[in-house]
Write a protein that binds this ligand. Structure first.
Ligand code: IPE
Ligand code: IPE
Ligand code: MG
Length: 254
């Protein structure tokens, strides 16, 4: 029995860490502006926050950590900033992949990969291939990711099966759509955190967020750390998840 399973058994599910935490890492630019620094400096410090958060998530017994690192809509930023962000991703994979692998982290990528720069495509593939057999934290990087685009991809895959005569239109259900998303084997996020004070999803995991608890924190992403993650998890634990049913206490009739 793993340490986490032991904690779950002793304390009951209420005290177990959320299994899947997803984070919208926002506020790098404002962090930099506040200090009179270029936005790129905020992004560089954001990568340090990402490293801290991956370590903390592993320590806290989270199984899956999904990080929104570049959205389908972020291409609309100035070219210099887009280049900066692409450079940071390349450097992150080159510098950190060996250590992630050493720490038994399994890397997964969600998002549209076909139109990416081929070198970035290769690096992302290498990260997934190298860590495929790892059994520790699953780190899902949402890169060139948009939830509407992901659902459209699932719809295209299903439509192709219908067109090929392998699937009846009536057989399309919420479950079969979910099964054609980018990482269909992963459970939905229990907790979605957004930093920087913005209270919106910005096209992140729209399908999977149906029953996620949302926690919005004012911290800019470069300042996010283990304590901030723990406090978001503490907030999550105060929530009562009902999934459309009744509260656990009310449901017992006592
Ligand atoms: C998050 O910080 C990083 C990305 C979206 C890539 P921002 O760059 O959005 O920072 P703000 O929101 O402008 O402060
Ligand atoms: C969402 O942040 C995307 C990422 C964190 C990668 P944005 O900064 O792009 O979102 P908006 O534009 O404020 O909604
Ligand atoms: Mg932003």
């Amino acid at each position: 029995m793993s340490h986490i399973e032991a904690v779950r058994n002793v304390c009951g599910e209420t005290f177990a860490p959320p299994r899947h935490v997803a984070i919208i890492m926002d506020g790098n630019g404002r962090w930099a502006a506040q200090r009179g620094l270029p936005r790129g400096e905020g992004h560089r410090r954001g990568v340090e926050a990402l490293r801290r958060t991956v370590r903390a998530a592993g320590d806290l017994g989270i199984d899956i950590l999904t990080l929104f690192s570049f959205s389908s809509e972020n291409w609309s930023r100035p070219l210099a900033e887009v280049r900066d962000l692409m450079g940071l991703l390349r450097r992150f994979v080159r510098n950190d992949l060996a250590e992630l692998h050493h720490k038994n982290v399994r890397v997964r990528i969600i998002g549209e990969r076909h139109l990416l720069d081929p070198e970035i495509g290769r690096l992302l593939q290498e990260a997934e291939d190298l860590t495929r057999g790892n059994t520790g934290l699953t780190l899902v990087v949402a890169f060139n990711y948009g939830a509407r685009q992901e659902v459209a991809r699932a719809a295209r895959r299903l439509a192709a099966e219908v067109a090929a005569g392998r699937l009846a239109p009536e057989a399309i259900t919420a479950e079969s759509i979910a099964a054609h998303l980018d990482a269909p084997d992963l459970p939905d996020p229990d907790l979605i955190i957004r930093t920087s004070g913005e209270q919106r999803l910005s096209n992140f995991l729209l399908w999977q967020a149906a029953y996620s608890e949302l926690v919005f924190v004012p911290t800019y992403w470069p300042d996010f750390d283990r304590a901030a993650l723990e406090s978001a998890i503490a907030e999550y634990r105060r929530r009562e998840r009902r999934f459309g049913g009744l509260a656990a206490r009310a449901g017992t009739g006592s």
